[in-house]
Each structure stands twice: as structure tokens, then as C-alpha cells.
Design a protein around this ligand. Structure first.
Ligand SMILES: [Zn+2]
Length: 316
């Protein structure tokens, strides 16, 4: 996205700035750069860990003329205690199905909607882009319009990050193993299907894609921080069509089908919950395969992909 293209960066090491933590809002404070008399005017997007002093600061200007301050802190993220299934020594696992109807559906039926605010930003972005097309090429107004677009792109990316932060923290805290589908395939599928659709539908999908990408990015690094495992299931795994109760294959279904009955066992299946349950089971199969290949006492890695298994995992 143009809004995230960082252009100029200045880096300050420990001797190049003064840091004073605000006792009322730990993790935030004042930063005064060397050779400057007044502290920077900072709007904190998130607090640093309380009580730490940044070891390095970077001040960056993006294409939209916004300044960013990023701080590097020296703090090891402590792994959380292992999350077990209640009353058992089995690691607690969840299948995480992502989609357009809900952003995320878990195998226990919990759903998280797409944040509405992102759509509002996206609509604004679309309007600005339409306006841009009407501006004369090379004119000052066109330049201004472009800057405005870059700014909204930046805002959108920031909001998306913040909103998904809570969700991914919760998922990672509550579960030891999180299973997702390889998301690259969803984009491919939709690109083929999306032709001829209206602009609004395409826009919604672009927003959803970006949310999924960010969701996956956050799950990856948080699993690393907190000693959890993210299993990425192969894109050819039939998470939607397989019955999670008896593993029989159901019919091919259009995206509009939200519920179906398994022809083999008669189970009534919610499309997304069923997909999440299949992901969980397949993910745990891979998890145990990996665990069996590790020396005793070694913890499972932060990310397991189906492609980690050389000759491919045995068929389910
Ligand atoms: Zn069945």
C-alpha cells in the first residue's frame, strides 16, 4: 500500500534521545531528541511495555508526509503456560476458519465479525480514488488527492492492526494450537470468481483479504512470542466439503450455502463451524506427526506447515 511506503528514516541510539516515562500512563512518555529543546508531540498508537527504556528510536516520514516514531525495546516475551483441555493433558486446540460472512469462525461456534469501521474507511478510500480520476494529470490538486489517499491507506492499515490485535491475543492466550488454512488459495479462488462483480463486492473482498493477511501475520508472531503453535493446513485440504462428524465428502457447494446435511451420517452442519472443526482435526494430526518426529522434551515449533513433511503428510 502506498501509505506504508516509508521514505526517510533517522535512527537514534540510546545516547541520541532522552526518554521520560509518564507515571500516569506507563509505557508512554516524552521523547526529546538530541539537539532539540522540546519533546516531540507524540500520539501513541500503543504503549511500550511499562518500565522499559527504548534502546533505539527510528523517526520515519512516509509518502503522505506523516511522521512515525518506532521504538525498539529489549524485552524478552515470556511464553505463557501451556493451555490444556480442561481436566486433561491434551493441548487445547482451535480451528480458525476465515471467511466473508464472518471474519473468523471457531470450531466451538464462536464467531467474530469483520470490523465495520474498516468498511467505512474503505468506502471513503473508494470515493477518493474516484475523485482522483477526475483530476487533471500532473496538476497540484491531483498531487493533493494522492496524498489524501495515501493518508487514508495508512489510517486503514493502522486501524486494522489495532482491531485485530485484541482478537489474535485472545485466540493465542486461550489456545495452545491454532489451525488455519493456507490463505493464499482464497485470493486465487475469488480472483477467478470475482470477475463481472460490482465494484463494491470487489472492494469488500480486498478489505477482507487484507484483514486475513494481517490476522495470519499476527498469529504467526504471537505464537512465536507466547510458546504457541500455528498449524497452516494445506490449501487442497477439503475443509468445507468434508463432514467433520464422519469424514464423508459432501457435495460441492456454492458460497451462499450456509448449512448442509451430511448425506452419509445425517449430521446438520454449519458451513463455517464444520470447516473450522475439520481444520482443527487436520491441524492436530499434523501437530502430533511433528511432535513424534522431535526429540523427547522438545517443544513443537511456532509454525507448522503441511509442506514441512517431506513426502507430504499421509492422506487423511
Ligand atoms: Zn457425516
Amino acid at each position: 500500500m502506498p501509505g506504508t511506503d516509508r521514505l526517510d528514516t533517522a535512527v537514534y541510539v540510546r545516547t541520541g534521545f532522552r526518554w521520560m516515562e509518564d507515571p500516569d500512563r506507563p509505557g508512554t512518555g516524552t521523547v526529546t531528541l538530541a539537539k532539540q529543546s522540546r519533546p516531540l508531540d507524540i500520539r501513541w498508537s500503543r504503549a511500550l511495555p511499562a518500565g522499559v527504556v527504548p534502546v533505539r528510536l527510528a523517526v520515519t516520514r512516509d509518502r503522505a508526509g506523516r511522521y512515525f516514531l518506532s521504538a525498539l525495546v529489549d524485552e524478552r516475551m515470556a511464553p505463557l503456560p501451556t493451555a490444556f483441555v480442561r481436566g486433561s493433558r491434551a493441548p487445547k486446540a482451535t480451528g480458525v476458519d476465515v471467511g466473508l460472512a464472518s471474519l473468523v469462525t471457531l470450531d466451538d461456534g464462536t464467531r467474530f465479525d469483520h470490523p465495520r469501521l474498516l468498511w467505512r474507511y474503505a468506502e471513503k478510500l473508494a470515493r477518493l480514488q474516484r475523485e482522483l480520476h477526475k483530476k487533471v494529470r500532473g496538476s497540484r490538486n491531483r498531487g493533493k488527492a494522492k496524498q489524501k489517499i495515501a493518508r487514508v491507506h495508512g489510517l486503514l492499515a493502522d486501524k486494522r492492526k489495532d482491531m485485530l490485535d485484541k482478537l489474535t491475543t485472545r485466540l493465542v492466550r486461550e489456545n495452545q494450537v491454532l489451525v488455519v488454512e493456507d490463505l493464499s488459495v482464497m485470493t486465487l479462488l475469488r480472483a477467478a470468481r470475482g470477475r463481472g462483480r460490482r465494484r463494491k463486492a470487489r472492494l469488500n473482498q480486498a478489505i477482507a483479504d487484507a484483514s486475513w493477511g494481517e490476522l495470519l501475520r499476527q498469529l504467526r508472531y504471537k505464537c512465536g512470542w507466547y510458546g504457541r503453535t500455528l498449524v497452516i493446513v494445506d490449501r487442497f485440504f477439503p475443509s468445507t466439503r468434508r463432514c467433520s462428524a464422519c469424514h464423508a465428502m459432501g457435495p460441492r457447494m456454492d458460497v451462499s450455502v450456509r448449512e448442509w446435511t451430511c448425506p452419509a451420517c445425517g449430521a446438520l452442519l454449519d458451513r463455517d463451524v464444520n470447516a473450522a472443526a475439520n481444520l482443527r482435526d487436520e491441524g492436530m494430526r499434523l501437530y502430533w506427526l511433528m511432535a513424534a518426529s522431535l526429540p523427547p522434551g522438545r517443544k513443537a515449533p511456532a509454525v507448522i506447515k503441511a509442506s514441512d513433511f517431506e513426502e507430504g503428510p499421509p492422506a487423511a
